[in-house]
Design a protein around this ligand. Sequence first.
Ligand code: ATP
Ligand code: MN
Length: 477
Amino acid sequence: MRHTRVSDLLSSTTTLPEINAKGWVRTFRNNQFIALNDGSTLNNIQCVVDFENTPDETLKRITTGAAVSVTGSLVESKGAGQKYEIQVAKLEILGDSDAEKFPMQPKKHSLEFLRENAHLRVRTNAFGAIMRVRSVLSFAVHSYFQQKGFVYVNTPIITGADAEGAGEMFQVTSLPLDNLPKNEEGNIDYKKDFFGKHTNLTVSGQLEGETFAMALGQIYTFGPTFRAENSNTSRHLAEFWMIEPEVAFNDLNDNMDLAEDFIQYVIKYTMEKCSDDLKFLEGRLLEEEKSKPQAERSEMGLLEKLNFVLENNFKRVSYTEAIDILRDCTPNKKKKFQYIINEWGADLQSEHERYLVEKHFKCPVILFDYPANIKAFYMRLNEDGKTVRAMDILFPGIGEIVGGSQREERFDVLVEKMKALGIDEEVLWWYLDTRRFGSAVHSGFGLGFERLVLFVTGMTNIRDVIPFPRTPMNAEF
Ligand code: ATP
Ligand code: MN
């Protein structure tokens, strides 16, 4: 008999005479009640074992973590807490789990301990919930863009364009590191490398994405990106997934509209599909916040916070307005910020972004029109000659979740800018072709998928929303 998923059994509308379920034992109470979980839902199904007719040796093997198969009937539960339970007629131990050694005990573990056991943490309620939410969110991403007719593009993971400037890059080579070939000048001879040139792991698919937008109109990427971030923060990974839509003929306002509509759609979709998991995560967050001083606790519960994002427009504020607010705010005057904001042109640190979002506006904020010299070369220069059509979306508890811009479509202006920054035109010849042949206004943005998962799950460390985090000094699993 084929086994039925626990989620299907729990949502059954009738009792069933004969079913089989397979899963892992979460707990075994009174030698009689198994809480069985198969990952299809947060909820366990209660399996009632006929302990009088089950050999002692078998009962002893029903331990936390063991894989079991139960055959029996789905009956109305006599106990409180569940509508249906399984009256077990036949129980088979598929895989034993030594109760003394199994690290995932039925008790609260620290997130740090769970990170060290990332291969097993997914067997806990919290990580099961997070990973299901992550899966649904990624489907929502595709659903949004596909419905709107965007073309999904797979940009290269190994890139020869190291001028993107989005972050420190990991090098890709097949050269023997203990015996590197040298050229006449004594430098490493990358002509002898696998690709005949120096290559890196991509930090962003944007430049390649732009070439596709200039043919297919509306495209998006959704793939892994790599940054050798030397900072060990709760918001940075060395390997993360980025979503990068790029749209021909969109200006910066269209770009903001798209980002806002997109984020609201994926959150709404996930709230509809993952209500059990999100309710659980809301409870987890509440519990976690109890250990914090009152002033640091969030004013809203998780679901309330998600609803707030759905129901309210993101506040659009220019960089110049933001600087005025920051210069005059109390933490700046009292020198509470690590970086004091004195003048226009300052790069905003996460403390400033969080002040704007969490204390001043108390809602998601889109900052736009940044000073040209703190932003990337490809951003469209404004008529004022000193700001660019960049936008960052800032979220409460997260800081920057989206970075985007209208792109510089004018060949001459772009080349001028590249020259000023010492970016080699030869290397980006193909990128410049988009401006040589049929150039047009276009815009796009990059959204860090894990930062979105952080926001939706209410988790606070980015290492807890990706299956196997890659961070400085850590590439286990
Ligand atoms: P930050 O200032 O937070 O480092 P950034 O300015 O380097 O971000 P972008 O280059 O604009 O970010 O990348 C686009 C998006 O990718 C960011 O808005 C963020 O959501 C995400 N992102 C960037 N770096 C990382 C990282 N190391 N780990 C996870 N997500 C990241
Ligand atoms: Mn960064």
